[in-house]
Design a protein around this ligand. Structure first.
Ligand SMILES: [Zn+2]
Ligand SMILES: [Zn+2]
Length: 223
């Protein structure tokens, strides 16, 4: 069956995200997805919590800060330590039964892997809908996928509900299960789609984030 999934979404378990579990499911459905990966920075708990609380198909994941740049692990059930080299991180992900994705490998302002992208990965995030610069990062990631023979995936790197689904992966999985989806990705039965998140949505996200910070500080002052 055809799975349409955003493979890169952060919830409020990542300090810089505004997406609550409810938002995640609501906007995934609204934007025509039938699955969504939860990929918070270096924590796993929220992903499993959401998966348990909803019947929407959640792919549990984590975005790991390796010494060489950010790496997404999908379908892992234990925390992968941060600060290891890219190759060591991928090894640990595989030992834990997960798949490793080189996310936003050629962008500015994010921890990107660049020359640390290698054939040990299972896939490359060819489209990151919040990548800067968008076009050249897609082109470089696509060339790397071809050179290394890796599967191509896409995600938004969403930190605000309405951004979900601007980057998405179509996966031909045998069944609508996490195991089947990750296997299909490894087998290359997937394709990357999407477009950049519009500037106004990124601006809204920043405004809401600042408002939330101000509220938090003024609340603290009153205590
Ligand atoms: Zn990242
Ligand atoms: Zn991210």
């Amino acid at each position: 069956m055809l799975i349409k999934a955003d493979l890169h979404v952060h919830t409020t378990a990542s300090k810089d995200s505004l997406i609550t579990p409810k938002d995640l499911v609501y906007y995934s459905k609204k934007h025509g997805l039938n699955a969504c990966a939860v990929t918070d920075h270096n924590v796993l708990d929220e992903a499993y919590k959401i998966a348990k609380e909803t019947d929407f198909l959640i792919i549990p994941g984590i975005e790991i800060s390796s010494a060489d740049g950010h790496i997404i692990a999908l379908n892992v059930y234990e925390l992968i330590p941060r600060g290891l080299s890219a190759v060591e991180t991928v090894e640990q992900i595989h030992e834990a039964g997960g798949i490793a994705i080189a996310c936003h490998p050629y962008v500015y302002f994010k921890g990107c892997l660049r020359e640390a992208v290698c054939s040990s990965f299972d896939a490359i995030e060819v489209i990151n809908a919040r990548a800067f610069p968008f076009k050249s990062s897609v082109k470089k990631a696509d060339e790397a996928a071809k050179r290394l023979g890796l599967s191509r995936v896409a995600g938004t790197d969403a930190h605000y509900g309405p951004q979900i689904g601007y980057g998405y992966t179509e996966i031909h999985a045998e069944e609508p299960t996490v195991e089947s989806i990750t296997k299909a990705i490894v087998d290359g039965k997937c394709s990357a789609h999407g477009q950049p998140v519009p500037i106004y949505l990124n601006a809204q996200q920043q405004v809401l984030r600042i408002r939330r910070m101000v509220r938090k500080f003024s609340h603290r002052d009153r205590l």
